[in-house]
Design a protein around this ligand. Structure first.
Ligand SMILES: Cc1ncc(COP(=O)(O)O)c(C=O)c1O
Length: 509
């Protein structure tokens, strides 16, 4: 009972509030405040005296006085001296009863992003399946857990000693940036100043931020067709016009695109695996110079070349500082780690950091970053890479031999001596492809697919068909399929291919 005027009293739901909030002061305060806001205690209503209310609910007068003071401070009630405490809030009857929000009114950017998510993945992409060729992740059974734990413990100890300082730099842990610079010089043949390196949450974050930073809605951005879906999504989210750059067996075909931004995978075209020759590399750099454009070079798995020496990245030829180099630890380290990096031209380093800082004023994964720096500095990373190259190399050899041998007719397999997936073009009709993919899916085999000529952001669709936009399809759609293998044992790979072979026989019946 709160309102007390003559005989009129109004009950407040103190008991149920107490059950919910446990603390008497909170419960009383919220019970009265809610009664005022929802009109149960209308404007000018006189509240019961502190003594009466305390008696009513078995509270101390101190608690009631404290609650009245809180309501007074917030303006819900006024106190008139000698007369009592009165409601000071005018309740307005809403024109129609409040309805829960079903659809948030989004900005154009928000709408674009929402749409992208809808198109992004085919049904069941994350479902467990027996032969998951559709995505690859580090084989954790081969990961040097002991060494990594040592680095994580050292990192935690250091964090405790340094306190907050080590979390401050959104550009990324300085020791990790130094270790990456040393790695790049040793293994990728170019010098990068740690001040131009920014640690990101996987290279996807760098790609997205660069699209946001470098294109206005309506402007053009170029990327390979077929190519990495994440790039197309970043371009679409930025509201930019996506210009497809054709590819052939030697990677991207340089064009005179009217654009200021190009995303490219020169070391190993994604997903076909083609290596870009020197002449084309020089043409791309020339184009960037003439257009004052930026080239984003995405090196997503260059650590794993199974034969010969890896080619130098485009960045090593970049005399005019027009190339952003992006690298990732996603293929070498546990997938949950989400650490990538961007090496930025001098003029872009500061705006890029500012953009990153907007989303993350403090470094995320600071413990892992520091641990990774130690892992690299101690030589454990190089040892791990050497070992994984051997292990992945034998899986690669097996799959590279088996797929063309067991499935010679359905796919045109692309020769490659490097990488962490095997690529093939589907040779037959789209309709037969859908049937084949469905048979394989039913048997637990999935793979990733990129369709040439489909435009925009195609689904990264496991085992074939997904939620696709029919209108987007063109007559000459070419279907590229790629098969990840690093997370599967030799036996599992053999079994997966055997299932695919059996499915091809079913298709031909
Ligand atoms: C070509 C390409 N670029 C970028 C990425 C994103 O990698 P990250 O895990 O570092 O975000 C991937 C992921 O598989 C990829 O295949």
């Amino acid at each position: 009972m709160v309102h007390c005027e003559g005989d009129v009293t109004v009950q407040i739901a103190f008991a149920s509030y107490l059950q919910k909030y446990r603390i008497k002061t909170d419960a009383l305060y919220l019970a009265i405040k809610d009664a005022i806001i929802n009109g149960t205690l209308p404007l000018h209503t006189k509240l019961a005296s502190t003594r009466l209310l305390a008696e009513q609910y078995g509270l101390s007068r101190g608690i009631v006085t404290q609650v009245y003071d809180m309501l007074l401070a917030e303006g819900y009630v006024t106190a008139r001296s000698g007369q009592g405490t009165f409601v000071a809030y005018r309740y307005e009857q809403p024109a129609e009863p409040p309805r829960p929000m079903h659809k948030a009114a989004l900005s154009k950017w928000g709408e674009r992003v929402r749409q992208l998510r809808k198109n992004q993945l085919g049904d069941g992409y994350h479902d467990h399946c027996l032969y998951p060729f559709h995505w690859g992740h580090t084989d954790m059974s081969e990961f040097p857990v002991k060494e990594w734990n040592r680095c994580m413990h050292a990192s935690l100890r250091q964090m405790q000693e340094d306190g907050d300082v080590s979390l401050r730099d959104p550009q990324g842990d300085p020791a990790l940036r130094e270790a990456i610079a040393a790695y790049l010089l040793r293994n990728r043949g170019f010098a990068a100043a740690p001040s131009q390196i920014v640690i990101v949450n996987g290279s996807t974050q760098a790609i997205t931020l660069l699209a946001q930073l470098l294109v206005e809605p309506g402007m053009a951005a170029v990327s390979e067709e077929i190519g990495y879906a994440g790039v197309k999504q970043a371009v679409a989210a930025a509201g930019a016009r996506w210009l497809p750059a054709e590819i052939d067996g030697s990677g991207i075909i340089p064009g005179s695109w009217e654009a200021r931004l190009l995303f490219v995978t020169p070391t190993r075209q994604f997903p076909t695996g083609a290596v870009l020759n020197l002449e084309r590399r020089q043409q791309l750099l020339q184009w960037a110079q003439e257009r004052e454009a930026i080239i984003v070079e995405d090196e997503y798995d260059s650590e794993f070349r199974h034969k010969g020496k890896p080619l130098e990245p485009l960045k090593a030829l970049d005399r005019r500082d027009r190339v952003v180099y992006i690298g990732s630890f996603s293929k070498a380290m546990p997938s949950y780690m989400r650490i990538g990096y961007a090496v930025l031209p001098k003029a872009l380093a500061e705006p890029f950091c500012a953009a990153k800082e907007l989303y993350e004023p403090r470094a995320t994964g600071a413990v892992e970053q520091k641990a990774l720096a130690e892992f690299m500095k101690s030589g454990a990373y190089d040892r791990h890479l050497r070992r994984m190259k051997r292990i992945y190399g034998s899986r690669f050899e097996l799959l590279r031999r088996l797929l063309p041998a067991e499935l010679p007719d359905l796919f045109e397999w692309v020769e490659s001596d490097t990488g962490l997936h095997i690529f093939g073009w589907w040779r037959d009709s789209e309709e037969r492809y859908e049937r084949y993919a469905a048979i394989c899916r039913a048997e637990g085999v999935r793979w990733a697919v990129a369709r040439h000529g489909k435009g925009g952001t195609e689904g990264l669709v496991a085992g074939g068909a997904g939620n696709e936009d029919q209108a987007n399809r063109q007559a000459a759609v070419r279907i590229g399929c790629y098969f990840h293998f690093i997370h599967m044992s030799l036996k599992r790979l053999e079994q997966g291919v055997a299932v695919m072979k059996a499915a091809s026989e079913t298709l031909n019946k």
